[in-house]
Every structure is written in C-alpha cells, then in structure tokens.
Design a binder for this molecule. Sequence first.
Ligand SMILES: Cc1cc2nc3c(=O)[nH]c(=O)nc-3n(C[C@H](O)[C@H](O)[C@H](O)COP(=O)(O)O)c2cc1C
Length: 244
Amino acid sequence: MNPTIKKMTEHVSVRDFTKQKITAEQKQALTAAAQSGSTSEFVQAFSIIEITDQTLRNELADITISSPHVKKADTFYVFVADLNRQASILKAHNQDLDSLKNMESLIVSIVDTTIAAQNMAIAAESMDLGICYIGSLRNNIKRVAELLKLPELTLPIFGMTIGVPAVKNQPKPRLPKVNQVATNSYDNQKFTDLSDYDAVVHDYYAQRKTNASDTDWSKKNLAIFKQIRRPEVTSFLKEQGFTL
Ligand SMILES: Cc1cc2nc3c(=O)[nH]c(=O)nc-3n(C[C@H](O)[C@H](O)[C@H](O)COP(=O)(O)O)c2cc1C
C-alpha cells in the first residue's frame, strides 16, 4: 500500500479540533486540490464558499443541530452545486435554460461538487488535518441558500469543517469487499448478506471510546431510512429553478 492509499484507508471524520490555525498556504492548497478534480465535460459546476464570519457560522451551525463543531473548527467551507455560470452564458446567447434545469444537469453538478469536496478532504488529510462533511446543513437548505445569497440553479449540498485534530476515533470498519465489490454483474445475494458485517460493526460501537452504543449497521440504516428524510429538499430544488 503506498502512502497516499494508506492515508485514505486511515480516514476518520474529526469533530474535535485544537485551536491551531490552518495557514494561508494550506488553504491555498486545499482549494487548488478541490479545483483540480475531474469534472463532467469540463463544466466545473460547483462553487466553494468559505465561511469566515462568526455570526454566519453560528447560524449555519444552529441549522445543523448535530454539528456544533461548525462554530469552532478553524475553517468551514460550504460546497455549492452550481449551474449559474452556465445560465449566464446561455442567457447571454438568448438561449432558454431548460437543459440546465433537468435531472441530468443536476446530477452533473452534484457529482462535480462531490468530487471537488473529496479532493479537498484527501488534500487536508495528507497535511494531517482533520475534516468532517456537514450534510446537516440540509436541515434547512432554504435558509442556507438565503444566508449565502445563492442564485437560481444552485444548491448547497454540504459543508466541510477542517482543522487540526484534537481527538480522533478509530476508523469505522467498512463493508467487506464481498458485500460491495463484484465482477461483471451485481451480486444481490452477497451484497445483502450483512450478518457478518453487522457483527463487526456491533463490536466497533460496543468498544468505541466515545459514544459507545449497542447497535449494528443494519439497525443504523433502519433508523435512518424508515422515515422519509428532508422531503422539503424537492420543493427547494423547484424554487431554485430545477424542473427535475
Ligand atoms: C455527504 C456527507 C454528509 C455528512 N454530514 C455530516 C454531518 O452533518 N455531521 C456529522 O457530524 N457528520 C457528517 N458526515 C460524516 C459521516 O457521519 C461519516 O463520514 C460516517 O459516519 C463515516 O465515518 P468516518 O467518516 O469517520 O469514516 C457526513 C458525511 C458525508 C459524506
């Protein structure tokens, strides 16, 4: 395993940071890494907004409910799926925006944004910084868009806290390859036979130093997906101009 892959396999989300500052050079490297990812047809359909204003940070942290570290992390970026640039080009050429509003363009922008964010995450971890994605911004996605003054055809997908780790959990055990990697076709039987993995995840949570609990992977997924989550995201997308 080379050092890059070793780092990737050691990933853990960090939610407790020291007060140490990230340098301007490090931030420059983080955004350069984010901007260097692959991007569908070179459309670069994302924007990155650093939140330096503490009042704004606090309001965003309150929206997340579950992620108070958004207030305290040295650096906080919000990642925005963004087709507004393309809209301005089309408008300047008197074209309608229908092609930007459909599900295909939305997927393109969300994928581009996610690739950029993960490039930033890997860059941060390569510098021994810790990161945590903050999807709970979508608890009130409309308010986030208002606070950040987001135009039509944009979507704040998640934030990312970055700082010097104070505490790191043990890496969470991932699905065994047999449950997730196949050759030539989908293996429904193997991919859904989760009993061995449930036992591994149960042990992980039982032995965890912080927030130990009696659960497993299936139980966690049941708790997450037994109800419809954030149904208002669909109406927000329509308000932002997407026809879906
Ligand atoms: C898109 C996305 C959104 C996430 N949102 C949050 C969040 O709002 N708050 C939080 O504490 N962790 C959040 N996480 C972190 C996940 O909970 C974490 O990645 C997962 O539990 C696996 O743990 P690990 O990253 O330590 O391996 C998010 C992760 C992703 C990829």
